[in-house]
Design a protein around this ligand. Structure first.
Ligand SMILES: *Cc1c(COP(=O)(O)O)cnc(C)c1O
Length: 419
């Protein structure tokens, strides 16, 4: 018997078509979601079954046979996720890195990948330490935000280009449309994948800029409450989607139905959360720019950022759309003072990750990017006086007030030690 391909939940698909042309939040709330057909329950049911009754051997009662291969709760999330990125298909994985890993598993031994140099640390570790060593994929890391480097870095063996924009933590922006044009002109069969975690589908839709695949760590803005680890892959290419579905099923890095439900719930408020994070982040970035203890602020939303115009051009159109919630900066303080500053904040939480309702502070050199070797860190600009903020959706005056008192406390501390 032929192996079944991706089970499509027809009733959900048809229901979702009604909302296809509507605004972002309408799609986020309704796509893939449908009042329960028996009782009319409004929230998406969590279908915990691992296996499903069959009428005759191989003849399914419904659309599913075994939950690793698919279940109704996950299908609802797939449809919701595809609708947000303006894609036809989506596959859901148990983490962002599981999604990344599946995309790299599309390749074969000897295939080459061109990757932006300042890529997310975990992606870099997966590529360098696992895919290159165990699976024979060849990686080349280049500063692809500089379009001059794109064409000379491609070869006949290049099968995939991995982009991330803006990058983490130095927030470099690539002109995606132009970059993808250069790649496709060189060889239209090269697959271009964009990790869109930092902007979320609310701020940017890379498929509309020419990308073949969009990847998300749903752990960040999509879930939005620091309580789910998940990853997504979205594409308009049905052959790629079939292969990704097959890889998902074969490798088995799938999320639980309960986590899918939590994600669906989180995504429904993505629009208002992201809009608030966008305005809060811009205000925090402007505040930092004016502070005498701050050397330099990196945020593409600031009009004097060298990436401002490029980023503005490739944002989605719509009310509340902005430059994202991550702001980085260099402080005019030594490491001891910076640690004091970080420990003095009361509203902001010292923690890795980003993209949730609560605001976080991270010291990349000592935390998220500690595994990047010091030489590389220096090259990327991740110095000891470098701080990354994930601006959440608290009241702005409390966020800024908290930073102000923490900056002041550094001085007091210094005076105390002097006397
Ligand atoms: C967090 C993150 C990932 C990895 O996602 P996980 O869900 O932690 O596996 C990938 N890319 C970016 C940009 C991220 O921020």
């Amino acid at each position: 018997m032929e192996e079944k391909l991706h089970p499509i939940n027809d009733s959900n698909q048809i229901y979702s078509k009604k909302f296809q042309q509507m605004g972002f939040s309408t799609r986020a709330i309704h796509s893939g979601q449908q009042p329960d057909l028996i009782h009319g329950g409004v929230s998406t049911p969590i279908d915990l079954s691992t296996t499903f009754a069959q009428i005759a051997p191989g003849e399914l009662k419904g659309k599913y046979d075994y939950s690793r291969a698919g279940n109704a709760t996950r299908t609802s999330l797939e449809i919701q996720m595809a609708a947000l990125e303006g894609g036809k298909y989506s596959q859901i994985f148990s983490s962002g890195l599981a999604a990344t890993s599946a995309v790299i598993t599309l390749l074969e031994v000897g295939d080459e990948v061109l990757c932006i140099d300042d890529v997310y640390g975990g992606t870099q570790r997966l590529f360098r330490k696992i895919s290159a060593v165990s699976h024979g994929v060849v990686f080349r890391f280049e500063p692809l935000d500089d379009l001059e480097t794109v064409k000379p870095s491609l070869s006949k063996k290049t099968k995939l280009v991995w982009l991330e924009s803006p990058t983490n933590p130095t927030l470099k922006v690539t002109d995606l449309k132009k970059c993808i044009e250069i790649i496709k002109e060189f060889n239209k069969d090269i697959i271009v994948c964009v990790d869109n975690t930092f902007l979320s589908p609310f701020n940017c839709n890379p498929l509309s800029l020419g990308a073949d695949i969009v990847v998300h760590s749903g752990t960040k803005y999509l879930g939005g409450h620091s309580d789910i680890i998940m990853g997504m892959v979205i594409t308009n290419n049905s052959a790629l989607n079939d292969r990704l579905y097959y890889l998902n099923k074969c490798i088995g890095a799938v999320p639980s139905p309960f986590d899918c439900y939590m994600m669906i719930r989180g995504i429904k408020t993505l629009g208002i959360r992201m809009a608030k994070a966008n305005t809060n982040a811009l205000a925090v970035a402007s505040y930092l720019t004016k502070h005498k203890k701050v050397e330099k602020v990196l945020y593409p939303g600031l009009p004097d950022s060298k990436y401002h115009e490029v980023q503005k051009k490739q944002l989605r159109k719509g009310e509340g759309v902005g430059f994202g919630g991550v702001v980085s900066c260099y402080l005019k303080l030594d490491l001891k003072q910076i640690i004091k500053f970080i420990q003095n904040v009361k509203v902001w939480i010292l923690a890795e990750s980003l993209g949730a309702v609560e605001s976080l502070i991270n010291h990349p050199a000592l935390m998220t990017h500690a595994s990047v070797d010091p030489e590389n860190r220096k090259k990327l600009g991740i110095h000891d006086n470098f701080i990354r903020f994930s601006v959440g959706i608290e009241d702005l005056e409390d966020l800024i007030g908290d930073l102000e008192q923490a900056f002041d406390a550094v001085d007091n501390e210094k005076n105390n030690t002097k006397f």
